[in-house]
Ligand binder design. Structure first.
Ligand code: F6P
Length: 323
């Protein structure tokens, strides 16, 4: 099985970008080890602090953020970083060619139940006209991403990565500590009979979401004339991994729970990298009204509605929002 670096070399990925991906993964391998230690490593439970989003931080959120942050700030290819757990960006090296944004630990509510969690990251080109501590550097369309990926800490630790063309899967081989290529070209089936949404929010949904999900729930006797199954991991990495593996549609739409935060998922370090992975695997990623990759973030922690997965199903779902 092929190793990560020779695989990326064969794609003509810039050497500096390749080195930077290696730095991100060095951090993720350390996180993977800490996650696997669980209670033995003292990483379970919460801290007393909240992040910028007003969410209580888990110990592992803080540990994962510190690990990635310190490794990335030491990499001279990095100009600045942005993290879900940091209020603002952190400048690194004036001459760095790249910006890195990440969610150090997605699906935090799964930490203490030994469920799926992961790290999501995106790499963007640095903008030399702006200073290294200017957050506006990160205001780039999703189409500018040079690389996007996630590391899923599940029964096995997997890296799903795209550097522009294909979306590939690698599995961490714990015997030698490297990621080995286990799927050279992920391809999301066009159609599906599986959807993923937090049904507990249904009373807060807007009409397009209500109508769409209701049509799925009618099964064979409804307009869709087929039975749909539902899965919800409560960790976007787990849900998107399933979608990339066997197809499906994943939704986190806007709702009326908190008018100040109609959408939940963050654009820069959650929706945007996942959208690139899904599109490069032949799927679609939309807000319902526009492709996620066409949006330019207007703030580090901006939230967006997310609908992604099997292309025919996402298109069909989007009609409910545009019609
Ligand atoms: O980032 C937030 C996140 O944990 C996602 O990974 C996940 O899809 C979602 O929130 C879970 O939300 P809920 O609490 O509604 O299940």
């Amino acid at each position: 099985m092929q190793r990560l670096i020779p695989t990326l070399r064969s794609d003509q990925v810039d050497l500096e970008l390749l080195m930077l991906i290696r730095t991100v993964l060095a951090g993720c391998k350390e996180i993977s080890f800490r996650v696997s230690q669980g209670a033995l490593g003292g990483v379970l439970g919460s801290t007393l602090d909240e992040n910028i989003q007003g969410e209580q931080q888990k110990k592992l959120d803080v540990i994962a953020n510190q690990l990635l942050k310190s490794m990335l700030l030491n990499d001279t290819n990095v100009r600045a970083i942005a993290s879900e757990e940091e209020d603002s960006i952190v400048a690194a090296h004036e001459d760095g060619k790249y910006l890195v944004a990440f969610d150090p630990l997605d699906g935090s509510s799964n930490i203490d139940i030994n469920g799926q969690i992961g790290t999501i990251f995106t790499i963007l080109p640095a903008i030399k006209e702006l200073s290294a501590d200017d957050p506006k550097q990160f205001e780039q369309s999703g189409r500018n991403q040079l690389a996007a990926g996630y590391v899923l800490y599940g029964p096995s630790t997997m890296l799903v990565l795209t550097t522009g063309s294909k979306t590939r899967c690698f599995t961490l081989d714990r015997t030698h500590g490297g990621f080995l290529l286990t799927n050279d070209e992920v391809s999301v089936p066009l159609q599906t009979q599986e959807f993923s949404i937090n049904m507990a929010n249904s009373r807060f949904w807007f009409e397009p979401t209500k109508f769409y999900i209701n049509d799925l729930l009618q099964g064979e006797s409804g307009i869709r004339k087929k039975r749909f199954n539902m899965r919800w991991n409560a960790a976007m990495v787990g849900d998107i991994h399933r979608v990339l593996t066997r197809g499906g549609i994943f939704l986190y739409p806007e709702d009326k729970r908190d008018p100040a935060k109609p959408a939940k998922l963050r654009l820069l370090y959650e929706a945007m990298p996942m959208a690139m992975l899904v599109e490069n695997a032949g799927g679609k990623a939309s807000t319902g009204l526009q492709d996620i990759l066409d949006i330019t973030p207007d703030g580090l922690h901006q939230r967006v509605p997310v609908i992604m997965g099997s292309s025919d199903e996402v298109e069909r779902c989007c009609y409910y929002y545009t019609d």
